[in-house]
Design a protein. Structure first.
Length: 342
């Protein structure tokens, strides 16, 4: 078995078992059926989101006079005893993100990605291609580049829509509450111009360091994994800079995905994990999620470092805008380096 297949199986096993255990512990608290555990273990992309988003979140409202937090069903403040109208309390209702939310959003986005990929394969290669037992990821490599980026476009839009739905509809919060604002820290927008090249150097240096260690120690399995991940990065990439497809590629890589990923990992996951485990551990765990979901074993270390630095950038600026710009510039630099190598 190839190293990349082993890595994929290990990651998949951790995902299935970990999410099933999460559901198992929660079912004991909520007194819900054990069938949710079985379903999550078999198809986590469907059952895990259905389990958590099928439950209404705990909403609260804050009294403007004494700043007391009150439950959604109460119209009278429990501290100052002031009574508000139904509309007044409804306008103030909001909730706090749960650690399950980033997992739910990511899994649903991946489910949509799988559906879109299968539709693309059916259109291109026909139904027989799916019956031959070849995995979807392998079939995606044979898709026309245009179809590949349309699938990425759909997935990116779904990711952004899910994040916006989670923030504004499920928890009734404003976009500014997750940092989608410029505020008074507009001067910090210059920081991405300095930070993006540094993070690219860290990423490239870490990857080259791993490759060098593999070569020195003659690790054949790691060499194959490096080669495989490099091939994965080249999937769907335009062959030359003048290719008309470069516009769609750049839009997805430089604008769409950075915006969606920053909303997910820094706008939702970071505060959700910080509320549960404290700010320091929330920063570490959100960066770890970003690294695990980055899509490659060799890129986990630089992705983790990038996640830490982008989280610290949000703490410093109190805005998600600089981290989005930094992420976008990193993608732009990587895209330019790709064509520079060609």
């Amino acid at each position: 078995m190839l190293p990349q297949q082993i890595y994929g199986l290990i990651l998949q096993a951790f995902l299935h078992v970990g999410l099933a255990l999460w559901i198992y512990n929660d079912t004991k608290l909520r007194d819900r059926s054990i069938l949710w555990v079985v379903g999550t273990f078999i198809v986590p992309e469907a059952f895990f989101p259905l389990y958590f988003w099928n439950t209404s979140p705990q909403l609260i409202w804050i009294c403007p006079d004494c700043q007391r937090q009150n439950r959604a069903w109460s119209r009278q403040c429990r501290r100052c005893n002031r009574t508000y109208t139904v509309d007044e309390t409804a306008n103030r209702l909001h909730g706090y993100f749960e650690p399950s939310d980033p997992f739910v959003i990511f899994l649903v986005a991946m489910l949509i990605y799988g559906f879109a990929a299968r539709i693309g394969i059916l259109i291109t290669d026909g139904e027989e291609s799916l019956k031959n037992g070849v995995d979807t990821q392998t079939l995606i490599q044979s898709l026309p580049h245009f179809h590949f980026w349309i699938i990425q476009l759909i997935t990116g839009n779904v990711l952004i829509w899910l994040c916006l739905h989670c923030i504004t509809v499920r928890y009734r919060r404003s976009l500014s509450s997750v940092g989608l604002r410029f505020g008074k820290q507009f001067g910090y927008l210059i920081s991405p111009l300095l930070l993006a090249p540094i993070l690219i150097l860290i990423s490239e240096g870490t990857t080259q360091g791993i490759s060098w260690i593999s070569h020195i120690m003659s690790l054949a399995g790691l060499d194959k994994l490096i080669e495989w991940e490099q091939q994965q990065q080249s999937i769907g990439m335009p062959e030359r800079l003048g290719d008309p497809l470069i516009i769609l590629t750049a839009f997805v890589l430089v604008i769409l995905l950075p915006f969606g990923e920053e909303m997910l990992f820094r706008g939702i996951a970071y505060p959700a994990l910080s509320d549960r485990f404290g700010q320091r551990m929330g920063l570490v765990f959100s960066a770890l999620l970003f690294a695990v979901f980055s899509g490659g074993f060799l890129h986990m270390i630089p992705a983790f470092i990038n996640g830490i630095i982008l989280g610290l950038l949000i703490d410093k600026t109190r805005s998600l805008i600089p981290s989005i710009i930094t992420h976008s510039l990193m993608s732009l630099i990587s895209l330019m380096m790709w064509f520079g190598k060609g």
